[in-house]
Design a protein around this ligand. Structure first.
Ligand SMILES: Cc1cc2nc3c(=O)[nH]c(=O)nc-3n(C[C@H](O)[C@H](O)[C@H](O)COP(=O)(O)OP(=O)(O)OC[C@H]3O[C@@H](n4cnc5c(N)ncnc54)[C@H](O)[C@@H]3O)c2cc1C
Length: 444
């Protein structure tokens, strides 16, 4: 078998690269080591309830331009529900339920009004939230240099954000965007995400929630499109190494040898070294991969004998659970009661060692405190998914060494959410990186 381009890995970065290339006429072979595609975004049917369960609830925003383009290409963009005036609910243990609502006002008055109306905080604290917006508005190289030395926590401290403002507003957002605790997360990446989302086009701040399982949203139609464009999509195909001749990638060894003009790796950082010929491993680009670490996410899926929450999703303040999603409201399945909840703990370094029973007990206990309807409800089913290596840990140290797609091996490119996308480890970063590799190959 020969190909123009071999794509190693069938996560979103690999699927994006393969789709783009095959649409431009390249003969693509995509090799995925697992039996399913989608990588860290997949879903499965729970045999007990018949519900589609995601490996973790994913949230998108309007600023995910590459993701929207990808979904447009494969024809599944209509499965995203768009909130054009996002209303985020937050629940505080003493102050109860409050909203952070972005109005119809033009930018930047929409976000300013949302901050000033966020009544969990005192008026003084709400006013101080605006300092963050003012800082972002004066974005320039000097600010980027300052941010590249700070954690999110120290950046927020430098802008005089109170402990309450951090706990009740910033941290729930930081942890879900960065999948890292604020004391470790890179201020540069977080601030850039805020700027891209809230200070660009108004629709960039829209919240987009998938109404179907992730495999249906990202994978199934992509595979159909690839096959229509004569691409080969091969699962259970672990690539052992790339084949390099005279400094140029000429194919891969996946049990059998496959020749190609170009090779794209879209595997996570911890799988790259095994693909590279030993003679290249001391190159600084590959050597520095040892400095990357991972950060976990836990998803706790719970089914009760009755409806327990009456809103679509809510951020919990000062609790272990960070965001709680009403899955049936999200999927719009009117044939069943709204009794299926998915709760998320990102940056879950402290919780990852708890057993599944301990996590379920803790989650049910917190839900009972937040939702009165939950107090008399019986738990009927629980599925806990621990993604130990959900994303790379987005610290400043790692931000400065994330590699570009070009490598010291000619015609061998790197894609993946961990590469130098300028974004945190997200769907958007993954898809952007896949598209970038496709572009580089097209112009070569
Ligand atoms: C629980 C959870 C929640 C998340 N929530 C959000 C969210 O709300 N919003 C957001 O934007 N992002 C979120 N993310 C992050 C997002 O899912 C990832 O950034 C993205 O899916 C990464 O895609 P990727 O293609 O870079 O890597 P991967 O998905 O890891 O794909 C790499 C693929 O390469 C394959 N592979 C590895 N080695 C080989 C080999 N030798 N041969 C063949 N194949 C190989 C792997 O099996 C895998 O399928 C979340 C992630 C998790 C886990």
């Amino acid at each position: 078998m020969t190909a123009d381009v071999i794509v190693i890995g069938g996560g979103l970065s690999g699927l994006a690269a393969a789709t783009k290339l095959s649409l431009s006429g390249a003969k693509v072979v995509l090799l995925e080591q697992k039996s399913i595609l989608g990588g860290r975004t997949y879903s499965f049917t729970d045999p007990k309830t018949g519900d589609e369960v995601d490996n973790g609830q994913h949230i998108l925003v309007g600023a995910y331009h590459n993701t929207l383009k990808y979904l447009d290409l494969i024809g599944t963009k209509h499965f995203l529900k768009r909130q054009s005036k996002p209303r985020l609910y937050f629940h505080h243990p003493q102050k109860g339920l409050h909203t952070f609502e972005i109005s119809n006002l033009p930018k930047p008055f929409d976000i300013t009004a949302a901050m000033l109306n966020y009544k969990i905080l005192s008026f003084r604290e709400r006013n101080k939230l605006l300092r963050v917006g003012l800082e972002l508005k004066r974005w320039n190289e000097k600010l980027e240099r300052k941010l590249s030395l700070l954690s999110v926590e120290s950046w927020l401290d430098s802008l005089n954000q109170s402990e309450e403002a951090k706990q009740c507003f910033w941290y729930p957002i930081v942890i879900s965007v960065m999948n890292e605790i604020p004391g470790r997360a890179s201020a540069l990446l977080f601030a850039r995400s805020l700027k891209n989302t809230f200070l660009a086009k108004k629709s960039d701040a829209d919240v987009l929630i998938p109404s179907v399982g992730q495999t249906k949203l990202y994978v199934e139609e992509a595979v159909d499109l690839l096959k229509k464009n004569k691409a080969e999509v091969i699962t259970n195909a672990k690539v052992k190494s790339i084949i390099v001749s005279d400094g140029t990638a000429v194919g891969v060894d996946a049990g059998k040898k496959i020749k190609s003009k170009y090779v794209i790796s879209s595997v996570p950082y911890y799988n790259v070294a095994q693909l590279i010929p030993k003679s290249y491993l001391n190159h600084i680009m590959f050597n520095e991969l040892n400095l990357f670490e991972s950060s976990p996410i836990i998803s706790i899926n719970l089914w009760f004998d009755r409806k327990v929450m009456d809103i679509e999703f809510v951020g919990l303040i000062k609790r272990n659970l960070q965001w709680v999603f009403n899955r049936r409201r999200i999927t719009g399945d009117a044939t069943k009661p709204e009794n299926y909840i998915s709760a998320v703990i990102s940056g879950a370094g402290d919780e990852i060692h708890l057993t599944k029973d301990e996590l379920v007990k803790m989650a049910v206990g917190e839900l009972k405190e937040v939702f009165p309807e939950c107090r008399n409800a019986q738990l009927t089913n629980a599925i806990v998914i621990k993604e130990k290596r959900a994303t790379y840990s987005a610290t400043n140290e790692v931000e400065s060494i994330r590699p570009n797609p070009e490598t010291p091996i000619k015609n061998f490119y790197l894609a993946g959410d961990w590469t130098n996308t300028g974004l945190p480890a997200t769907i958007e970063g993954a898809i952007q990186s896949g598209f970038k590799c496709a572009e580089l190959i097209a112009i070569n």
